[in-house]
Design a protein around this ligand. Sequence first.
Ligand code: NAD
Ligand code: GLY
Length: 392
Amino acid sequence: VCSCSSPKYFTFAHMTKKMSSNFQRRKIRVVDVQLGHRSYSIKVGAGLLSRLGKECAGLGFEKSCAIISDSNVAPLYAAQAMESLNLAGFNPVLVTVPAGEKSKCWEMVQACHEQIAKHRLERKSFIIALGGGVVGDLAGFVAATYLRGVDFVQVATTLLAQVDSSVGGKVGVNLRAGKNLVGAFHQPRLVLSDLETLATLPMREFRAGMAEVIKYGIVFDAELFNQLEQSMAKLLDQDTRTMAAVIERCCEIKAAVVWQDETESGIRAILNFGHTIGHGLEAISSYGNYLHGEAIAIGQVAAARLSEKLLGLPEEEMNRIEALFQRAGLPTQVQLNEGQQQDLIAAMQNDKKVSAGAVKFVLTASIGKASFGCQVPNELVVSTLSRLRGTA
Ligand code: NAD
Ligand code: GLY
């Protein structure tokens, strides 16, 4: 169920002033996603939430808007977001959904539509996703479908959202049959990643986001992978400068990939490294046991093992990949009984990446390079999974 509250008028004016003077000295990193008339900027920096209203005003939006957030993020950041929008002359309404992957469902889309219709959002109104990947995917899909599409802005508050889900326009929800099976490509008009919001993110969630960061190193950038090996401790400590540089690099990579292949007819598939098995694990645990980042950490290690067998990924690199996930505090193995293994194989058949009935994998021949559309014999997937089971 969705809850919806009318605008609150907390006064943050003095804080906004103080923050904006600090802000002058703070660096904002900007990455542009080049997609013709749908191009937009990703802004990364500390204190950006207080600039939300100004940034939206700069995009020439109409006054009425909705913030879609979740029950963890809204109490922390919605008042500041509303205040910033009010100060810039907007008329925001807040819609709050329960936190967690289960909110990425069809029923919640409908509930959000009803709430924003009640508040009379119009064709030129806009929606702000304030939260992590769940809220971003859900709110983005609500924006893509309400009145056949309204503008939206991503305010990403998890590491995973800041490096991946807020960028690139994939929005959607899950079905019981599988992850993200209903969705659209709907690019945001702006992405704001305020590093300060990461301070309240639970450590387990922060580590889960690191799984997507490591992914960029494996599939695209060996130099980034080396840097992560060197600076993982600093990153887990949330050293602001190191974090900002890494988030910026991940966004540059994602922007470059999306620029080449917005709707995933080719190279964008490399961003799904580890996701075939990962999404399967999420589906068989009913989107409960594993966080998305944890499931794809296990999936990436499994994909690296398949790469060793099929593409000759050197053993030393395989070991470095596994070790980096472990240093990030992420799971790399899973205990599955016979029945669960069968369920996982069946869930993988329901993945979006299935083509003509064959499950397609992204594999890597060496760190920094990825191949997509790789067919993997079912027996090899099963034996890799049994190996995971044996070593769990
Ligand atoms: P999430 O949105 O569920 O956020 C994780 C948890 O942290 C939630 O409980 C949330 O309430 C809480 N939270 C968020 N920000 C917080 C903050 N600053 N302080 C305190 N708590 C905070 O999960 P996620 O890991 O951000 O995203 C996972 C989702 O993203 C999955 O559904 C996945 O499929 C999707 N995803 C989408 C894409 C894409 O391209 N669209 C890419 C990767 C992942
Ligand atoms: N996270 C995969 C993609 O955006 O394509």
